[in-house]
Design a protein around this ligand. Structure first.
Ligand code: ME8
Length: 643
């Protein structure tokens, strides 16, 4: 077992508004990585916090007629409540308004000033208040606005202190070029190299036009400009000033996880400050992608800002965590949709995982009165299951160390499907009928319980509550919090002779809500919106309307006529994550045998309906003209999305 230290951070978020699903996404990633490292036996420090100073916060507080600290106290309490609800395991929460941080920032200012790397000058610049960033004319976008957020900038001129960042340009460029892992993903690294090559200006690090900030220690008229105050947060809680041992253990950080828009601050400005302090640089800056909602950027004006608290109340923290981590490849942008979330809950959690647990515990209860019997010998199928389990553990270990979270989850779920298939292959219900097969049945039951023991540990970083629920239902003797990865690196950790615990449902299947399944019926609810918009041209829909239809490639596995309905066929299709039954009016146009194996396009999110009493979960696309009909078939892998 390794016992390395591991320090991971999220950005400290601005308390200028409530946090949304994008912030929850970043913090959930960091949490799953921190949990993995604890599982691997590392000594972990996981930091998040709030970036509370600056003009924007001061203005917000003034609008409400309260002091800035009163304003931030309220919002930051909501941050902390969200992290509790989402089961975030941060070791500390840094608020830049805390005294301990003020001391650190002032000390850093003094040290860099004494070194001669801070000087007083006059700042004339273009300032974006929401982003707390200065820009040069050249950096503005084509509308003369902030290149990060597109909002107008204002010209400001004032006396200010500057950090000699230009002095470190060559060193930081060399560091980035010499250390390919320093900035991830590679696309962000290339952007940063190009940015530095255009030349680095010195950085304005103080302001006099507002006072909600940490005073410059040598000149109390000034407050420290927020990025100098914000970036140094990463040093405060690990004992920069007051705990040498702790500081040596955790600095340099292993990874600063940030959104792609602030990679620049973390991979250029922050390292330059650290160089001025003669401190080592963080090992990695990882820029994750942005979440959009139903294909659109989240914004207050569109009214599509997703509140994670509401989602957690509706679906539970583990389901949200699972969706965010599974659905989006780290580093790429991703889409959040409630419909996709519900589909994942139903297919992956209720179906794949829930069924494996439920079927296994039921059978052990029914066939062995809940007792775990010792296995003896192994069949070929048993051995292949064991090999797959060990391979999944290896993929998990390597993949999580590299933060390939989505791939790891896919590998874990492939093993869950494999274990479900093992039940079908071994047919325990048939073994149970023959007294001579008692040991074979005991082996199968043991292998399933052991698979579930391993799975519970493998899902712990992503779904900590569910993982422990499984552990408790298996009735494992060890306390779940004490379990480490080593416990699942060898097969056979489930002790024989004990009894399993009580079976409980993990995730109930969620019926899609009416308005989601049938958006055309929600007109009444939306009268305001309809009035505000001019009526669309006859039959015209927007891209957002179209995006509501989830189309996907599925394979027809079985087809049979629906009794007393000469036009209808009942099809069983494979969607890649589940099997579905679809009733389709194509009986007159196809022989059953010609449909098997055909890959067709299914409307996945159509509200289930009964046709002649037979349930249909979706609709297959077909082209028709007069009496002619042909289903639309494509040669793409099952599960491909059609857009
Ligand atoms: O930038 N998708 O704070 P901030 C994914 N205080 N992630 C998102 C997102 C989205 N749509 N929107 C926000 C700041 N984020 C500074 C940081 S660090 C020393 C100072 C996440 O409240 C993402 O991680 O604007 C992004 O970098 C961060 O929130 C920005 O949070």
């Amino acid at each position: 077992m390794s016992n390395n230290s591991f320090y991971i951070t999220t950005p400290i978020y601005y308390p200028s508004a409530k946090l949304h699903i994008g912030h929850a996404y970043c913090t959930t990633i960091a949490d799953s990585v921190a949990r993995y490292h604890r599982l691997a036996g590392d000594d972990v420090f996981f930091l998040t916090g709030s970036d509370e100073h600056g003009q924007k916060i001061q203005e917000k507080a003034e609008e409400q007629g309260i002091k800035p600290i009163e304003y931030v106290d309220k919002i930051v309490a909501e941050f902390q409540n969200l992290w509790k609800m989402l089961n975030i395991s941060n070791d500390d929460f840094l608020r830049t308004s805390q005294k301990r941080h003020e001391k650190v920032v002032q000390e850093i200012f003094r040290r860099v000033y004494d070194k001669g790397d801070i000087y007083k000058g006059a700042y004339k610049g273009l300032y974006c208040t929401p982003c707390e960033s200065f820009w040069t004319e050249l950096q503005l976008d084509e509308n003369g606005c902030c290149p990060d957020c597109g909002r107008p900038v204002k010209e400001v001129a004032e006396e200010a202190y500057f950090f000699k960042m230009s002095k470190y340009a060559d060193r930081i460029l060399k560091h980035i070029e010499d250390n390919p892992d320093f900035i991830q993903p590679v696309s962000r690294r290339n952007e940063m190299i190009n940015f530095i090559k255009q030349g680095l200006d010195d950085l304005c690090i103080s302001r006099t036009s507002f006072d909600w900030g940490i005073p410059v220690p040598i000149d109390e008229k000034h407050v420290i400009y927020v990025w100098f105050d914000a970036l140094t947060n990463y040093l405060t809680p690990i004992g920069f000033l007051d705990d040498k041992e702790k500081f040596q253990k955790f600095w340099p950080a292993n990874v600063h996880l940030v959104g792609k828009e602030i990679v620049r601050f973390h991979s250029i400005i922050w390292p330059c400050i650290l160089m001025a302090l003669d401190l080592p640089l963080p090992k990695q800056i990882y820029g994750h992608g942005w979440l959009v909602v139903d294909g659109s950027k989240m914004s207050k004006s569109l009214g599509n800002v997703v509140d994670p608290v509401e989602l957690i109340n509706k679906y539970g923290a583990d389901a949200i965590r699972y969706f965010l981590l599974r659905e989006i490849n780290l580093g790429q942008d991703g889409n959040f949709s409630e419909l996709a979330l519900v589909q994942r809950i139903n297919a992956d959690l209720a179906n794949d995982l829930g069924n494996l647990l439920h079927r296994t515990l039921n059978m052990v209860g029914k066939f062995q009165q809940g007792e775990v019997l010792a296995p003896q010998g192994k069949s070929e199928i048993d051995q292949s299951l064991i090999n797959d389990a060990m391979a999944a553990v290896k993929t998990f270990d390597q993949g999580m160390a590299e933060m390939k979270i989505s791939n790891v989850i896919k590998a874990v779920w492939a093993f869950i499907s494999r274990a479900n298939k093992y039940i079908d292959e071994t047919a325990p219900w048939a073994l149970a009928k023959e007294a001579a097969k008692k040991q074979e049945l005991a082996n199968v039951m043991y292998n399933l319980l052991e698979s579930l023991r391993i799975i519970s540990v493998l899902i712990a970083p992503f779904m900590p509550t569910t993982a422990e629920k499984i552990w408790l239902q298996l009735n494992m003797p060890e306390k779940f919090a004490d379990v480490r990865l080593d416990a699942i690196k060898t097969w056979g950790g489930t002790p024989a002779g004990m009894h399993i615990g009580e079976a409980q449902q993990l995730f109930p299947r969620i019926e899609l809500e009416k308005e989601e399944a049938a958006p055309q019926k929600s007109e009444k609810k939306d009268t305001k919106k309809a009035e505000a918009k001019p009526a669309a041209a006859d039959g015209e829909i927007t891209i957002d309307d179209f995006a509501k239809v989830k189309l996907q490639v599925v394979e027809i596995l079985e087809a049979e006529p629906v009794p007393k309905a000469d036009k209808l066929l009942k099809l069983i299709v494979d969607t890649g994550t589940e099997k579905r039954q679809v009733v389709s009016g194509i009986a007159k146009h196809y022989e059953v045998k010609d449909l098997i194996g055909k890959k067709v396009i299914l409307v996945m999110n159509l509200k289930p309906a009964k046709l002649r009493g037979v349930e249909s979960q979706g609709m297959i696309l077909a082209a028709t003209k007069g009496d002619e009909l042909e289903v639309v078939s494509v040669d793409m892998p099952v599960g491909s999305v059609v857009r």
